[in-house]
Design a protein around this ligand. Structure first.
Ligand code: AMP
Length: 282
């Protein structure tokens, strides 16, 4: 297997991408923060089915972390990630330094609109601005035709879809289903933080989401009661706090009303680890 080309600068990345584009090849980008797992590799496979060349990026983006969050302890394992991408047949890794991404004097950012206000946006006010800005930069640096994002981060996916339309970014956004462990826990780089006892408690999130999906469909008038019961069940399984458990309009993330396309989203704390998950009604 040929070694995975690694690009550290915008110029090196752009040189390769330009050559592929001149050759008429379609390019897909898979943005990540590394510590790759099987869910990320699903994104690579989907990207391969949509384009001739696939670039993965790894960048732990400081502007989407608040000062009290886990930027410093976020898992970093680039050598293992390179091996995984190489085995998956990825065509290149873009792994810029923070200085390459945010040189001295950097002073411009993207502010997403209402889709970013509630849920994650309410609990992590800095988050979607940081994501939108870095994703826009990655798009302009890599000039992809297609980019693949996971449904695991459902609100992020909607923020990016909205941004691409609103700013005429011209990138086709493809959604990948959430990859889960056999007990239902969504794969996440942050699962590595969990103790054995926390790991054993974690699947309750998906169980509650699945139960609520049935209840929202069958008894929408009792929604508030079912939400309250869901929160209680998460807490009694050992979670420390529930930031939100809500049924929302699947695209705008505004509060759900009967007839809207629905998505149920949850964020909850297991000890020091914050987990998020979501599901549709089917
Ligand atoms: P991250 O490295 O966590 O920022 O995630 C990079 C991309 O992988 C994002 O588009 C995520 O939504 C996606 N992703 C993360 N976990 C999963 C998963 N379990 N299944 C599918 N996609 C995922």
């Amino acid at each position: 297997m040929p070694p995975l080309p690694v690009f550290r600068t915008k110029a090196d990345l752009r040189q390769q991408v330009t050559a592929w584009r001149q050759d008429g090849q379609k390019i897909a980008l898979v943005p990540t923060m590394g510590a790759l797992h099987a869910g990320h590799l699903d994104l690579i496979r989907i990207a391969q089915s949509k384009a001739d060349r696939v670039i993965a990026s790894i960048f732990v983006n400081p502007t989407q972390f608040a000062p009290h969050e886990d930027l410093d302890r976020y898992p970093r394992q680039e050598a293992a990630d390179r091996d995984a991408l190489s085995t998956a047949g990825c065509d290149g890794l873009y792994a810029p330094t923070t200085h390459v991404m945010y040189p001295a004097g950097f002073d411009t950012s993207i502010t997403p609109g209402r889709v970013a206000e509630r849920l994650e946006g309410a609990f992590r006010p800095h988050f979607f601005g940081g994501v939108a800005t870095v994703v826009t930069k990655l798009f302009l640096q890599a000039l992809p035709d297609v980019a693949v994002f996971g449904e695991k981060d459902w609100q992020q996916l909607q923020v990016i879809k909205r941004m691409v339309i609103d700013l005429d970014l011209g990138v086709d956004i493809v959604a990948a289903p959430t990859r889960r462990e056999v007990d239902g826990l969504a794969l996440s780089s942050r699962n590595a933080y969990l103790s054995d006892a926390e790991r054993a408690a974690a699947p309750v999130l998906k169980q509650v989401l699945d139960d609520l999906a049935l209840k929202v469909r069958d008894e929408p008038a009792q929604l508030a009661m079912h939400m309250e019961a869901g929160i209680k069940r998460i807490l009694s399984a050992g979670f420390r706090a529930v930031d939100y458990l809500e049924v929302c309009h699947a695209e705008t993330l505004s509060p759900w009303q009967a007839g809207d396309p629905a998505r149920i989203l949850v964020a909850a704390w297991l000890g020091q680890t914050r987990l998020i998950d979501n599901c549709g009604l089917d």
